[in-house]
Design a protein around this ligand. Sequence first.
Ligand code: FAD
Ligand code: FES
Length: 296
Amino acid sequence: MDALAEHDRRGSILLEEATVLQHETLPGGQHLLRLQAPGIAQKARSGQFVHLCCGPELPLRRPFSLLRADPAAGWIEILYKDMGAGTRLLAQQQPGTLLSLLGPIGNSFSPSAERSRPLLIGGGVGLPPMVFLAGEISADWPEHQAIVLLGSEVAFPFTPKPSRLLLPDMLPDVIAAMPLLEDRGVPSRLASNQDFPGCFQGHVTALAEHWLAALNETELAKVEIYACGPGPMLKAAAALARRFGVPSQLALEEYMACGVGGCAGCVVELAGPDGPEMKRVCVDGPVFNGSQVFPA
Ligand SMILES: Cc1cc2nc3c(=O)[nH]c(=O)nc-3n(C[C@H](O)[C@H](O)[C@H](O)COP(=O)(O)OP(=O)(O)OC[C@H]3O[C@@H](n4cnc5c(N)ncnc54)[C@H](O)[C@@H]3O)c2cc1C
Ligand code: FES
């Protein structure tokens, strides 16, 4: 998906002892963790992840996407949700603790100069790569008109605020936005089935469908869909891409053991030009063409 050959990517994975700088508990059983990891912060790109040791008593690492990286200050951030033993242990780690970190791992999203109306769709813990990608696009292509749509069925890990960034092609009642993106001038809108104020009532892909349906042919020719989230959401995003004739890039999440390409524990079957292809999500992905993940 990106220009880096797999062996180059594997060769560039760093092992860092990262200091916990900040660790915040957020609504919906979610946590924001900032780690001092200067090597990883320098190289990180959207869609990549780190393989993190959640504590000394749990040898198997857990993968987490990067939310943000500040190469100058040398920190990275991840946003994670309580799921099981690993994330519960991670949630106990206090500022000052050292955590072993492998990263950045995997390929990255590849936005293009031509597709100047990128549509970013994030669901649940698929939000972090979309925030990272929105930052990259606004830095690399300030003229691009990206829009970020985020869905959650638990409280959003931030306090939504009414957007002041107008979107003519958006439903007028849908005004709730993510402050971090809004403050950077990137328009975002939120969706949920939980009746949260200002949010679209329904799945985030249904909101995306409304937005796409309002565009004319010329505008659609500038759209590319980027998505990360649960499997059914990714399937719906790929179906939208097919229906509206736009390309899509999807970041997959699979169970991982080694996280660096050695165990084949994360293999998925994709549609290749000559038939099915087996790919490792950790090092061949996690970003793949939507049409290969969900062929027609
Ligand atoms: C590339 C990648 C990026 C990820 N990024 C994030 C992120 O930014 N934020 C975040 O909160 N989580 C993210 N995850 C998921 C995260 O790795 C898992 O939630 C975590 O490993 C769970 O560990 P645990 O020990 O707490 O729970 P476990 O006890 O291992 O699992 C608890 C529950 O989570 C489910 N689960 C665990 N791992 C996965 C998985 N990979 N896919 C689907 N279901 C799973 C299990 O079925 C179980 O129900 C990512 C996963 C991958 C592969
Ligand atoms: S997790 Fe081992 S090959 Fe991907």
